[in-house]
Ligand binder design. Structure first.
Ligand SMILES: Nc1nc2c(ncn2[C@@H]2O[C@H](COP(=O)(O)OP(=O)(O)OP(=O)(O)O)[C@@H](O)[C@H]2O)c(=O)[nH]1
Ligand SMILES: [Mg+2]
Length: 258
């Protein structure tokens, strides 16, 4: 799919004077593909966290379950603080984040947070995570720092796969951050500006590790903030074995090429 197929809904025309999201300082980027059930719940919970200057950018890839239409409704409900980027067809998590990051930077956001739509990332952690950016360049919500963890319902086998997969990626890239594949992170705008998001190459699962690698290479101060990753309770995972294998190859290549 080309970028030409992208459309942007900045919310209700009635609120057009605010629709550039220009006064919002904290932008939450949420990529969605078939998350109709959880997206409204996520947005409701995040807005209950009393975060000053809060705004949302949802990047939907033409979800067949109608998530895009739900996001448009939310854009009207939260007029002035909610934008939807509609892309045609599933184009991968990485490019969705790249589009969201760029839009947030263009809107003047000072702090930018990436977060999944499936409620695996608890909104209650947000204020603490964003607060870390008072001192840090990047704040990683981390499963593998003291106080962090994974859903107690996970089997022993599932924990091992997740843990050792993470260890493998850290070794391949030489990463210091303990949660290398974390998809719940906050950035100062200057951090995103300095990793040049248009030069990121990985589009799928490896994207998070590539971002971690670029931040480390740029010498940023990265802190980890503990949280417990919860299994999604609705919708289905977009993760496939092929995506994981592809990520390992691409990340190895990234380390060799630098
Ligand atoms: N726009 C867009 N969003 C995507 C795409 N693939 C995944 N997402 C979203 O990215 C987030 C993470 O995807 P998940 O399927 O939950 O992946 P995961 O959390 O690594 O895997 P699970 O633990 O199984 O849920 C969710 O909000 C998805 O809806 C994509 O191609 N395009
Ligand atoms: Mg998930």
């Amino acid at each position: 799919m080309t970028k030409d197929s992208t459309t942007v809904n900045p919310g209700s025309p009635a609120s057009s004077e605010h629709s550039d999201l220009g006064t919002l300082k904290v932008m939450i980027i949420v990529p969605t593909y078939n998350e109709a059930e959880t997206l409204p719940l996520l947005i409701e919970k995040v807005t209950q966290q009393n975060i000053e200057g809060l705004g949302f950018i949802v990047v939907d890839d033409g979800s067949p379950d109608g998530t895009g239409k739900i996001a448009d409704r939310l854009a009207d409900e939260y007029a002035g603080m909610f934008m939807v980027i509609h892309r045609e067809g599933k184009q991968g998590l990485g490019t969705a984040y790249m589009a969201g990051f760029q839009t947030a930077l263009d809107a003047g956001a000072e702090r930018i947070v990436e977060m999944d739509a499936d409620l695996s990332h608890p909104p209650e952690v947000l204020a603490g995570l964003i607060g870390e950016l008072d001192k840090a360049d990047v704040a990683v919500a981390s499963r593998y720092t003291p106080g962090g963890g994974v859903d107690p319902g996970w089997s022993w086998g599932r924990r091992q796969i997740s843990y050792w997969g993470n260890v493998g990626i850290r070794l391949i890239l030489g990463l210091k951050v303990k949660d290398a594949t974390a998809g719940f992170k906050g950035f100062r705008r200057t951090s995103l500006e300095s990793i040049c998001i248009d030069r990121l190459r990985l589009t799928g699962f490896g994207f998070q590790a590539e971002v971690a690698y670029r931040c480390q290479k740029a010498g940023m101060n990265v802190v980890e903030h503990p949280y417990v990753f919860m299994e999604r309770t609705a919708g289905s995972s977009k993760m496939t074995f092929g995506i994981v294998v592809e990520a390992f190859f691409h990340l190895s290549w990234l380390r060799i090429r630098g």
